[in-house]
Design a protein around this ligand. Structure first.
Ligand code: VGL
Ligand code: ZN
Length: 202
């Protein structure tokens, strides 16, 4: 069992990021078994859920002429335009059916503001609008986070970098993560995590 001050943060283990989903990550469903096993070791387990309205600005379909996986400039910086995914209330937005959601202390939904994407569990992509997760973890006395889920180079990495910036010690369990790897994003993310002092384990 981990210390009471440790929490497991499970990022976006949703149907649309698993094989057959709208933004499938190769081997995405392979994270479910190791994450379920890890859950038993933590008193605090937090799930995140990518939760977009259909008119979300991160969807290529909402930018006439734009191809999925192209990059556009938003007021808050560069934004990849994704295939439509994790639309609120759809099957694609649901957690993988084998994920042991009953073990969760609570769930953080993110990406609901149509004008701004939210990769991180802590902040929207402007890096300043908080989701409330920081306060909730502090209220429970959490100081260390173990992070796993999808996708390594987007929502897992952004969450881990923000957690480190907020003063948590952070471990990313790469064996329980899978990535998208768009234009070198995996190598960039791993380098940024190391630079931020995040421990990488597999
Ligand atoms: C994610 C792209 C778009 C993720 C979410 O969970 O990593 N990636 N929305
Ligand atoms: Zn998304």
């Amino acid at each position: 069992m981990h210390a009471e001050t440790d929490a497991l943060l499970v990022i976006d283990v949703q149907n649309d990021f698993c094989p057959g989903g709208a933004l499938a990550v190769a081997g995405g469903d392979a994270v479910v078994a190791p994450i379920n096993a890890m859950m038993a070791e933590f008193a605090t387990v937090v799930l995140t859920q990518d939760w977009h309205p259909a008119d979300h600005a991160s969807f290529a379909a909402n930018h006439p002429g734009a191809e999925p996986f192209s990059v556009t400039e938003m007021p808050y910086g560069a934004q990849v335009l994704w295939p439509v995914h994790c639309v609120q209330g759809t099957t694609g937005a649901e957690f993988h059916p084998d994920l042991d959601v009953a073990r969760a202390s609570f769930t953080v939904r993110k990406g609901a503001n149509p004008a701004i994407d939210s990769y991180s569990a802590f902040f929207e992509n402007d890096r300043e609008t908080p989701t409330g997760l920081d306060e909730k973890l502090r209220a429970r006395g959490i100081t260390h986070l173990v992070i796993a889920g999808l996708a390594t180079d987007y929502c897992v990495a952004y969450s881990a970098l923000d957690a480190a910036r907020l003063g948590f010690t952070v471990t990313v369990r790469l064996d329980a993560c899978r990535g998208i790897d768009l234009n070198g994003s995996m190598a960039d993310a791993l380098a940024a995590l190391v630079e931020a002092g995040v421990t990488l384990e597999d």
